[in-house]
Design a protein around this ligand. Structure first.
Ligand SMILES: NC(=O)c1ccc[n+]([C@@H]2O[C@H](COP(=O)([O-])OP(=O)(O)OC[C@H]3O[C@@H](n4cnc5c(N)ncnc54)[C@H](O)[C@@H]3O)[C@@H](O)[C@H]2O)c1
Length: 364
């Protein structure tokens, strides 16, 4: 079967003049001679060691550098064996303990979110929920979920608290509702102190809707949730950080659709909303650098979440995968590491960035 990527590459090649393709494809006599000499030399230079020498220097029992050393060789087997899969207990949440944190090297300490109060919108499920778990594992003092879904939000907060033992709260807030957001953020300040981090993951998607038939009311709704919601949340949390004179990190979840046009589905409104989020994030980063508030965007590619678990999308998912060099959709926890990094002080010189995390989709 011919993949869509192959078809696309073929159509790009079709645009190249035939003469130049022929020229590139047919080597001259001199080129052929040079190739055969270097090919035979390369063949004789193929390196295939039968053992690998190793030197190991070990500190003494007090952890001090010593002259203890060990030198040995390990045999090399021909043929490669598939590595053993790492079996992880998927649902476990193991928060970083203070005493472990104190023993960690400075670089790793900076990569944690030790002691930080973190608000995550859209944390009831999907990417937001997994980023909340990751922040809990990376040392957060408290996790606060803002979500419009009462049942899921409450369940996920109770579950995260049970699994981590951390303070976790859920606020049923719609990110379109400025007054409710302000009241909820004030309550977070009273409960845990000023938030250090906002992760804005709440969002919706409409796809396979042609612009010529898009209902303007649906268009406005999507812009209101994805873009105005990002603004209202950032404004409320930013104001709280400014009032406390506290540095902070705001992470907006945009999408690669803010930078490229997806194929084959038509979704102009979603793409426009996410382009707006990226440009809003950059503008805010410039405005709020003086307050020590950093603003960055995460732009995921196609992720395997409930948002995309719609039977109508099954056929398109095959095309999305075929256009992704890693040949898969992102896992629901594939944003976790980036989220923790952007929330942590390890990214303190990073603001206004839009980080695309897409298995290579946007390379083509
Ligand atoms: N899944 C993907 O392929 C993908 C790709 C790129 C970007 N994104 C973005 O990532 C974010 C999370 O996506 P997901 O796949 O986890 O989606 P999801 O549908 O699994 O989760 C979204 C969460 O946001 C909440 N939410 C929706 N509207 C809300 C509102 N008005 N107020 C408050 N909460 C609201 C939902 O209740 C839900 O808990 C979204 O912004 C989405 O656009 C997703």
């Amino acid at each position: 079967m011919v993949s869509t990527r192959t078809v696309r590459l073929a159509s790009r090649l079709a645009a190249v003049p035939r003469a130049s393709l022929m020229q590139a494809a047919t080597p001259s006599v001199a080129q052929r001679a040079a190739f055969s000499v270097s090919a035979s030399r390369l063949k004789s230079e193929v390196i295939k060691e039968t053992e690998v020498p190793v030197s190991v220097y070990t500190p003494d029992s007090k952890g001090v550098a010593s002259s203890n050393s060990d030198h040995f060789s390990i045999p090399v087997k021909s043929g490669s064996r598939a590595p053993e899969p790492i079996v992880e207990e998927e649902d476990k949440v193991s928060p970083l303990e203070e005493k472990i944190y104190r023993q960690m090297p400075r670089t790793l300490q900076k990569m944690s979110v030790m002691g930080k109060v973190i608000i995550i919108t859209g944390g009831a499920r999907g990417l937001g929920n997994h980023m909340a778990r990751a922040c809990a594992e990376a040392g957060a003092k408290a996790i606060v979920i803002f979500d419009a879904n009462q049942e899921l939000g409450d369940e996920s907060a109770a579950e995260l608290h049970q699994k981590s033992g951390l303070p976790v709260s859920f606020f049923k807030v719609d990110v379109r509702d400025g007054n409710a957001i302000n009241a909820a953020v004030q309550n977070v300040v009273d409960l845990y102190g000023t938030p250090d981090v906002l992760v804005n993951s709440a969002g919706i998607a409409d796809s396979n809707i042609k612009a010529e038939t898009y209902d303007p009311a649906m268009f406005r709704r999507l812009i209101d949730i994805n873009l105005t919601g990002s603004f209202l949340m950032s404004q409320a949390v930013g104001r709280a950080m400014m009032a406390a004179g506290k540095p902070g990190s705001i992470i907006l979840v945009a999408s690669m659709s803010g930078s490229i046009v997806n194929y084959p589905q038509e979704q102009s409104c979603y793409n426009a909303s996410k382009a707006g989020v990226i440009q809003f994030g950059k503008s805010l980063a410039a405005e709020w650098a003086k307050y020590n508030i950093r603003v960055n965007c995460i732009s995921p590619g196609y992720m395997d979440t409930a948002l995309n678990k719609v039977p109508a999308l099954d056929a398109q998912k095959k095309i999305w995968k075929s256009l992704t060099p890693q040949d898969r959709l992102g896992a629901v926890d594939d944003l976790n590491g980036l989220c923790v990094f952007l929330a942590s002080d390890a990214s303190s010189f990073m603001t206004g960035s839009n980080v695309i995390i897409d298995g290579g989709y946007t390379l083509y």
